[in-house]
Write a protein that binds this ligand. Sequence first.
Ligand SMILES: CC(C)(COP(=O)(O)OP(=O)(O)OC[C@H]1O[C@@H](n2cnc3c(N)ncnc32)[C@H](O)[C@@H]1OP(=O)(O)O)[C@@H](O)C(=O)NCCC(=O)NCCS
Length: 174
Amino acid sequence: MHWLRSAQVHPRLVIRRATSADAEAIARVYVDCWRESYAGLLPADHLESLSYGRFAQQWRYTLSAGGWAFVAEVEGEAVGIGSGGRARDGRLAEGELYVLYVRLAHQGRGIGRALFEACHYRLALSGLRGMVAWTLAAGPGRRFYEHMGGVLAGEKSLEIAGVPLREVAYVWPD
Ligand SMILES: CC(C)(COP(=O)(O)OP(=O)(O)OC[C@H]1O[C@@H](n2cnc3c(N)ncnc32)[C@H](O)[C@@H]1OP(=O)(O)O)[C@@H](O)C(=O)NCCC(=O)NCCS
C-alpha cells in the first residue's frame, strides 16, 4: 500500500478492515491505549474502571450497523485501531477521524501514519469532503496531528470523570 512508504514502518505490520469478530480485540486496544495515554490526565480509578466487555459490545454494534474500523496487527496481535465516519459536527468538515490509537510498545514505527492514511482514504472514498479529528488539548495526539498537516480549527470544553478538559480540532481540507 502506498502509504506504507516510510523506512521506519514495522516489517510485520498488516492493516486490515475490521469485522464484528474483531470487537473484543479492538476494545482491548482501545482501553489499554486510554490507560497508557491518559494516565496523569484522567483519574487512575476511572481508567481502571474502563470495561473491555462494555467497549466490545459497543464496537460489535458499531461494526454490525454500518460503521467501519481498521485494525493494525503485528504477528496476528491487534496493536492499533483507526475509525471514522460522518463528522458529528459538520461545520468543520464532512468526515471525521473518530479514533486513532497505537499501543505504546508499538509507537514510532509508522503504524499511526498507516492507520491515519487508511481512514483518510476511506472517508474520501465515501464522498465525504474534508476530515476533522478532535483530541485532548493536553494529550499526546495533538503534535501528531500537527505533524500530519492538520490545521487547528476549533476548541471546546468537556468533562471526563469530573475532570474539566479542553479538546482541540484539527482539519484536513480536501
Ligand atoms: C498519535 C499516535 C496514533 C501516533 O502513532 P505512531 O505509530 O506512534 O506514529 P508513527 O510512527 O506512524 O508516526 C508517523 C509520523 O508522525 C510523527 N509523530 C508521531 N507521534 C508524534 C508526536 N507525538 N508528535 C509529533 N510527531 C509525531 C513521527 O515522527 C512520524 O513522522 P514521519 O513519518 O514524518 O517520519 C500514537 O502515538 C498514539 O496512539 N498515541 C496515544 C493516543 C493518541 O493520542 N491518539 C490520537 C488522538 S485521539
